[in-house]
Every structure is written in C-alpha cells, then in structure tokens.
Ligand binder design. Structure first.
Ligand SMILES: Nc1nc2c(ncn2[C@@H]2O[C@H](COP(=O)(O)OP(=O)(O)OP(=O)(O)O)[C@@H](O)[C@H]2O)c(=O)[nH]1
Ligand SMILES: [Mg+2]
Length: 614
C-alpha cells in the first residue's frame, strides 16, 4: 500500500522502544528517501514507551506503506491534527478525512509538532481510562557561595537563596506539567565548568533517577552552557552511548531553567506574534545545542531533491541549516508583525490618552488587576507566565479628574535569572513598557521573597532603561496576609510615595489605587497658556477633561486659558500658545516641576494676567 500527500503535511512515525533505535530509524529514513519524499522539517521525540518522528513533507509526494506486524519496523500514526493524505490503494475518493487546517502547518510546523510531542510525553491513559501525568523529573539546585558573597556588596542585585530559588523551580516544574521524583542540592564555592555540579552529585542524581519509576528527565536550576549540557547528557546517557544506542529505553533529558521557561512559554503563547517569538527563542536556544548525538543518521543528501542536493552534507549540517533558515524566516515574520504593532501604537498615541503599563514578577497579579479594572477577561491563573501577549484595554478610572480614561497594558511577568536572549525574543512586549507614561509595578506581598522579587523587577527595568518613568508600587494580595501584617503594610503604603496596598481579588484598596495613579500621572502634566479662538471650543473641552484648569478668561479674540495638561494635548495646542513654554522638565521630572521660559524672563503678575490686564 502506498500513500500520496494531498498537501503539505506532517506525518508522525511511531515505533515501540523495544527494537534497536538505530536499525529502526535508519530504515525509516531510507524508506522516506527512496521514495523521494521531500522532507522539509523533522523532529524526533523519544519516551520510554515509544519513539516518534514527526516529518513535514511536501504535497504530491508518495510515501510507502508502513511495515506493521510483530517485527514491524515502524508505523504511520494518523492521529496528528492537520494530516491529510490519500490512500492510493483504496478508491481515490476514499481519502482520510482529517482536520487539515492549513495555517497550523504553514506557519508553525515545528511549534505544533513540539507541543504534540510534549503532550504525548506527558500523558498516558491508565487502566481506568484516566489521563495521567507521567513525566517525572529530578530537580538539581546549587548554592553558589561565591555569588552569594558577591551579592552582599551589591544592594541592587537581589540574591535568591537556594531554598527560595528551589521553591520557585518547583512552581515552574508544576506549571510545565511535570512531577518531581527527587531533589539533589549542592553547596559549591564555584560551579564546575564542565558538569555544573560535582561528579559525585552527577552520580547521586543518576542513582536517584534509576530508583524513581518513570523518570528520565533532570532539571537544573541554572542556565547551563551548551558545553555543560552536552557533558551532563553524556554522563547521564553513558550506558546508551557505550552500547551504541542498542539498549532499551529512551535517553535521559537534561533540561535547564531556560528550557523549562521556554516550554511554559510554548504552552501559553496565544497570539501569532507570541507564538513566533517563542519559536524564535526556542530555535535560538537549540542552535548551539545541536550535537552529533544522531550521527548515525548521517548520509549523502543527493536524494533530498532540489535544494538538498550537494556534496556530502551530513544530517547535523542539514539540521543546522534548517534551524538557521527558520530563524531568518521567523525574524522576518516578527518584523512584519511589529510593523503593524508600531502603527497600532502610533494610532494609540494620537488618542492622547495616557498609557499605563502593568509590570511585575510572574504571578504577582497583573492580569487580575487588569481584569478587576476592566473586566477584560485576560487569563489570570495560579500558574507562572500565564500572560505572554500584551493586552491593552481602555480603562475608565472612577473619580479621575485629569485623566478619566487611560490605556492599561498587561505584560509578560519577569523572573529572576531571566536569560538575556529570552528578554530579546520578547522585545515587542517590552516595547510596550518603553512606551508607557507610567509603570504600575504589581508586587505579590504574600510571597515571602517579595522584596527580592521587587528588586529583581527593578533591575530588569533599569536594564531596559525605563526606570526613570514614574512607578506606582502596588502591594497586591493583602487579603492573604495576617490582619496585623496587612495593617502594617497599608500604613507603610500610605506613608510612602506612589505606593498603595490592594487586593485585586477582593477589590480592597482599589479606590486608593486610583488616587495614587492619579498622583503619579499629575507628574506628567505640563503647563500651557493659550488663547483659543472661539471656533475651537472642542479643544477647550479637552483641556477641561484631561487637564487641571487654573484660569479661564473669555476675551474679544478668544478664550484665554492657563492649565496643566498632558504633553500630547500641550503639543497640539502649541499654535495657540501666548508665551513660549519650554516642554523640557527642569531637572527631576518626577518632581513635576516644569520650567516656563518667558521671552524676556520678566516677572509676570499672574493675577493681573488672569484678569486680562497684563
Ligand atoms: N488571594 C489573592 N489572589 C490573587 C490576588 N491577585 C491575584 N491573585 C491570584 O494570583 C494568581 C496569579 O494572578 P495573575 O493575575 O495571573 O498574575 P500575573 O502577574 O498576571 O501572572 P503572569 O501573567 O504569570 O506573569 C491567580 O491565581 C490569581 O487569582 C489577590 O489580590 N489576592
Ligand atoms: Mg498575567
């Protein structure tokens, strides 16, 4: 039996793990190559139970029938969404009716494939028909004593103790959908440049994993270098490597903190842009980590068709080229999406509404606050990195005099030790923070490490060079505190500048929140002095709505008005200005002390001016 692809499809080839992997995959590859399948991308997933190969192939290529049976080498799995092919031996009309939503395939092949294989890795159906999580892992953490010492001399860089960091990792692992089967920790003066932890600890982790059932993953609470990861993989997979892949069972995966966060991002990205960014970050992460583990797949690529022909290109080289090409394509696509976003931002600016951005540590309650204020229905979950895509809402703030309406954006949460290339991949989201007039820093005060989390966020804001913007500190989740602690924090907030204690769950303190935000925004107002023609009555309304009017005087030539207004409004009204007002702040912008330069710097009698007698 033979099949022909209707359109570009992903096929999934599965085999049971009891056969020699080397034999089987070589057979699969040769089968695919002999029938001139144009393989466009592939990804391999292995668990203890099965190994799956996902291949994207071009339309109209014929693929051979899988060999089934007792000693079957491989089988074709038709359960992958987006598959579509004809069964040639059957009646041509009798095609398999699969859901072939083409955008899954065209834009995000790797991503869909990754998510599918991740899901498969995690879930199995037990004898009662219940889906259970099976991916279990060993968590490894290190207390780096030299880093602890360094941090003592730097107040700005928070140092999370081993226990704090491990608590956070446990949450991340839970969010990623894994279970912890055991933990290994080590106190080291300096980390081991080769294997991160000492060789004794590698052994300990290995033993722990052998004892735990269904456990083939080791998660490190660290950003491992590609070299360290390779050495660790080799140490944990010594047996498989020694036996030249002939032993039963899947290989042991070594995952670092970055890979774990990327996995969570991949599961949570909702919009096209978010997905593209995650895919880019994943490829950037994987590029230096492609290794010669799979050299048994090495071949001359003449049979690969146009574009793949060439002298002696190894599978590893092809992989690298595929990843490189994909990165370039992704960057182009992201640039395109960002052009739209820039246009969107410009039109938003034209509305003249102040722009507030919610920032904060992951799980602090940013989305909950936006939900409370707007009923926007932004996903707020007790999981880390619930939000990846920025959501902007117009919010009416009750009791606001100067800015009755503002634009409020929810953003991706921060986390300590956030790898720099992850930050780069999410630059579009961070652009939103750069554009903001005021930052609303949401802090989860029910978390024992909240002060360190606050510092971690401030240091990222500093890196992004946005720490000069007015920042409102929102001490959130006070409902979870002991009454005394809550009272103390409320008092502390009331006596500190730009700070408010709230609960985004019960709504407590949100009236004060509005007042504090208004205070912060008044720092954005600039003084104007204008003479508006009577035909521009609507502009005067804007000044009344969005500004603080000090003097209005109806004169023969128009309405004289002195007021404090948002910068956008001041710029628009510049043609009607009666004096030359400098828009530059005089020194500290936060003080709200804006300098006015009159032409000859003469003393002005404001009262007389107001009455039109100056
Ligand atoms: N008890 C209590 N829970 C809260 C409060 N605010 C938020 N939460 C809960 O905290 C969890 C995280 O809230 P989110 O709003 O998703 O947090 P976030 O800052 O948007 O998180 P990320 O998008 O992951 O960065 C959710 O389960 C919320 O219900 C609060 O004031 N009190
Ligand atoms: Mg959120």
């Amino acid at each position: 039996m033979e099949y022909i692809a209707k359109e570009r499809i992903i096929i999934k080839l599965k085999k049971a793990s009891h056969r020699s992997q080397r034999m089987t995959w070589t057979t699969v590859w040769s089968a695919l190559l002999f029938c001139t399948v144009h393989v466009q991308a592939f990804s391999l997933s292995k668990t203890r139970r099965t190994s799956s190969l996902f291949v994207s192939i071009s339309p109209s290529t014929r693929i051979p029938s899988p060999v089934d049976g007792d000693n079957g080498e491989w089988s074709l799995d038709t359960s992958v969404t987006g598959m579509g092919f004809y069964d040639l031996d059957e009646n041509e009309n009798n095609m398999f009716s699969f859901d072939t939503s083409s955008d899954i395939i065209s834009d995000t092949i790797r991503e869909e494939v990754d998510i599918l294989e991740e899901r498969e890795d995690r879930l199995y159906i037990d004898e009662f028909g219940v889906k259970r999580k099976v991916e279990r892992c060993i968590l490894v953490g290190v207390e780096e004593l030299s880093a602890a010492r360094r941090s003592q001399s730097d107040d700005q860089q928070p140092f999370f103790s081993l226990q704090e960091s491990m608590t956070e990792m446990r949450e991340l692992i839970k969010t990623a959908g894994m279970e912890i089967a055991g933990e290994v920790t080590q106190r080291l003066n300096e980390i081991n440049p080769r294997t991160y932890i000492g060789t004794g600890k590698v052994e300990e982790a290995n033993e722990l994993m052998q004892k735990a059932a269904d456990c083939s993953t080791i998660v490190f609470d660290a950003e491992l270098t590609p070299r360290q990861q390779k050495h660790l993989e080799n140490s944990f997979n010594k047996k498989i490597l020694q036996d030249d892949f002939l032993v039963a069972g899947g290989e042991i995966k070594v995952i670092d903190r970055t890979a774990l966060i990327l996995d969570i991002f991949a599961q949570h990205a909702k919009t096209k842009e978010g997905k593209l960014q995650v895919e880019l970050a994943l490829h950037e992460y994987r590029k230096p980590r492609l290794t010669k583990m799979w050299t048994h797949l090495e071949r001359q690529s003449g049979a690969g068709g146009v574009g793949l022909r060439g002298p002696g290109e190894s599978q590893l080289e092809i992989d690298k080229r595929l990843v490189r090409d994909r990165i370039i394509t992704l960057k182009h696509k992201i640039d395109d999406v960002q052009k739209h976003r820039t246009m969107h931002r410009l039109s938003r600016k034209r509305t003249g509404l102040p722009f507030l951005s919610l920032v904060g540590y992951t799980n602090a309650g940013k989305s909950s606050l936006l939900n409370y204020l707007t009923r926007a229905g932004v996903m707020a979950e007790p999981i880390l990195f619930a939000t990846l895509d920025p959501t902007t809402r117009k919010v009416k703030l009750p009791g606001y005099k100067t800015h009755p309406e503002v634009l409020l954006t929810d953003t991706v949460g921060f986390i300590q030790k956030l790898p720099t290339h992850l930050v780069a991949a999410f630059r579009a989201t961070l652009e939103e923070v750069k554009e903001a007039d005021v930052l609303i820093h949401v802090i989860d005060v029910s978390n024992p490490s909240w002060e360190k989390q606050e510092l971690a966020v401030l240091s990222v804001l500093k890196e992004m060079k946005v720490d000069d913007k007015p920042i409102v500190r929102v001490l959130n989740k006070i409902d979870l505190l002991e009454p005394d602690d809550a009272e103390y924090l409320k008092y502390d907030a009331a006596t500190s500048e730009n700070t408010v204690a709230v609960s985004a769950k019960t709504g407590e303190g949100l009236q004060d929140f509005v007042a504090v935000v208004e205070d912060a925004m008044s720092q954005l107002l600039v003084p104007i002095e204008i003479l508006l023609p009577y035909s521009k009555g609507d502009e005067l309304n804007v000044v009344h709505e969005q500004g603080n009017v000090e003097v209005v005087d109806y004169r023969e030539t128009g309405t004289y008005c002195r007021a404090m207004v948002p910068t956008a409004v001041a710029k628009r009204l510049e043609p009607y200005s009666t004096s030359h007002i400098s828009m530059e702040p005089s020194g500290d912008r936060k003080s709200g002390d804006w300098k006015m330069n009159t032409e000859d710097d003469e003393e002005i009698d404001w009262a007389a001016l107001a009455k039109g007698r100056h």
